[in-house]
Ligand binder design. Structure first.
Ligand SMILES: NC(=O)c1ccc[n+]([C@@H]2O[C@H](COP(=O)([O-])OP(=O)(O)OC[C@H]3O[C@@H](n4cnc5c(N)ncnc54)[C@H](O)[C@@H]3O)[C@@H](O)[C@H]2O)c1
Ligand SMILES: O=c1ccn([C@@H]2O[C@H](COP(=O)(O)OP(=O)(O)O[C@H]3O[C@H](CO)[C@@H](O)[C@H](O)[C@H]3O)[C@@H](O)[C@H]2O)c(=O)[nH]1
Length: 463
């Protein structure tokens, strides 16, 4: 099928490349010319495991193209994905201006055959109908331009723009760091809409994925496809993220109690996770959830409920537990080192989770800010950020090129991100290089016994 994906970030580029990989003809549109240039050269502008490989193979088979020409993209696609960002506004609401610009742009270029416009971006509940309205506005604006182009409006000669389209909500559940895997191995596909024609086209688009033709385990039963109305699909996305974030806040609260009573949260998580009603995933206690999705999506859902006069007590509590948790590393540093002024603290990891270069709303940012405020010097080593340099606009932190340079002269290390390579560092050597070999393991990632043997004073979260 002919697909156009508008917005080539973590979601759009992965979606476009994966759809091309399974045989569709994809045009990816982005208004960032620099990004388009990089993608045209076969490189991925983001770090996402496996993405460059499938991009390059799709480029070589001619299945994918990159452009900043929205008109050409709209003309090409039978299915048009909107995958631009919906970042948080200071109020907590979702900023939908990029979605609006794209919907208007689609309207301005829509002509001829039937198209399905897909909301892949995470958008506030009710956005499906709103996008439809903006697309119609775009069409009307175009008509107006055409009418007035020759001078005074000639309404009696209304040009015929035969635009037929439907809007579908197709929320995305991929995780950064495993986005390509998640796209080929989804737990479910959600399609919201009331047009049987549009839903049928979406089902056809996803058939190879539903039939697990590109899955790691093709013998699994087909991927469930849930068809709902627009608002329910939009709500599913928010509810899923809010549930997962609340689950992490729950285990973090349990960890804080474990710390006080002397229990080990890693064993507690194992013990409750074996109950199939609870499940063992998303029970890793640590220094809080971050990233480009959980914080903004939970805030947006709280805001939506507020708009309807409903106070979300549970979600607000999940956020407040998280805000406190994100400063727990500072509390533990103070308990261990007492005065932080004049001390040097090294951060192992900066990104909000491993296997990504994404720093949006990363807990490391809070830790850096607080340590600076308390007069400590902050250094960091991150396998990706240390390579990409200061592109992230980090301030108040010296980014080192390796873990041993990081350890050199530090009074404490804080493991912020559980990069796999941090399992096998030469911790004995690092301990020797430090002024005080203290390790605050913010992700309960390291083996306490090994760390003690390496010469560290080890402090975990709830263990
Ligand atoms: N990042 C994730 O893991 C994830 C997962 C599921 C859902 N989502 C949702 O998907 C959406 C996209 O998130 P993301 O992380 O991929 O965003 P992103 O910021 O990485 O990418 C957005 C892209 O859209 C482009 N863009 C902005 N305005 C444009 C326009 N008018 N025309 C063309 N391109 C334009 C930007 O240049 C950028 O490349 C958001 O709503 C997000 O909540 C994200
Ligand atoms: O047991 C856990 C699991 C995660 N986290 C933290 O939670 C945050 C989010 O992690 P994760 O969900 O793995 O990453 P994202 O890429 O943000 O993915 C989430 O957000 C996406 C955007 O909406 C959704 O598509 C995904 O389904 C959803 O998992 C990170 O800071 C993690 O460190 C924990 O603290 N403990």
């Amino acid at each position: 099928m002919r697909v156009c994906v508008i917005g080539t970030g973590y979601v759009g580029l992965v979606t476009g490349a994966c759809l091309a990989h399974i045989g569709h003809d994809v045009v990816c549109i982005d208004n960032n010319e620099e990004k388009v240039k990089i993608m045209k050269s076969g490189q991925s502008p983001i770090f996402e495991p496996g993405l460059s490989d499938i991009m390059q193979s799709a480029i070589s088979t001619g299945k994918i193209e990159f452009s900043s020409d929205l008109a050409a993209g709209v003309a090409h696609g039978e299915i048009l994905f909107i995958a631009v960002g919906t970042p948080p506004l200071p109020t907590g609401e979702s900023d939908t201006r990029y979605v609006e610009a794209v919907a208007r742009g689609i309207g301005a270029h829509l002509d001829g055959g039937y198209k399905v416009i897909v909301n892949k971006s995470t958008v506030p509940i009710g956005s499906g109908d709103w996008v439809r309205m903006i697309v119609l506005d775009g069409i009307a604006e175009r008509q107006n331009t055409l009418i007035t182009a020759g001078g005074a409006p000639t309404y009696d000669k209304l040009p015929e723009i035969t635009a037929q389209f439907d809007v579908v909500s197709n929320p995305e559940f991929l995780r950064e760091g495993s986005a390509v895997y998640d796209t080929f191995n989804p737990d479910r596909i959600v399609l919201g809409g009331n047009s049987p024609r549009a839903i049928a086209m979406m089902k056809e688009l996803y058939t190879p994925i539903v039939e697990r033709k590109f899955a790691t385990d093709p013998s699994l039963p087909p991927v469930p496809v849930l068809v709902t109305d627009l608002s329910s699909a939009e709500m599913i996305k928010y509810a899923a993220n809010a549930f997962l974030a609340t689950k992490i806040s729950f285990i973090n609260e349990v960890a804080n109690i474990c710390d006080r009573v002397g229990a080990d949260v890693t064993q507690v998580a194992k013990g409750i996770g074996l109950d199939s009603r609870i499940g063992n995933k998303f029970l890793n206690a640590g220094i809080g959830w971050g990233g480009s999705c959980f914080p903004k999506d939970v805030s947006a859902l709280i805001h939506t409920a507020d708009d309807y006069g409903y106070e979300t007590q549970l979600l607000k509590a999940a956020v407040s537990v998280n805000e406190r948790q994100r400063l727990l590393a500072i509390e533990k540093l103070q308990q261990t080192l007492k005065i932080l002024k004049g001390k040097t603290v090294g951060l192992l990891g900066l990104t909000f989770k491993p296997d990504t270069d994404d720093m949006r709303d990363a807990p490391a940012l809070n830790v850096i800010e607080q340590l600076n405020r308390l007069g400590a010097r902050v250094k960091a080593y991150d396998p990706i950020v240390s390579q990409t340099g200061m592109r992230h606009g980090l301030s108040g932190v010296l980014v080192e090129t390796d873990a041993e340079r990081l350890a050199d002269g530090c009074d404490a290390l804080v493991l912020v991100t559980e990069w796999q390579q941090f399992k096998n560092l030469d911790y004995a050597k690092m301990a020797q290089l430090m002024s005080h070999p203290v390790m605050i393991d913010g992700r309960n990632f390291l083996d306490p016994e090994i760390m003690v043997r390496a010469g560290f004073q080890y402090v975990g979260i709830g263990r």
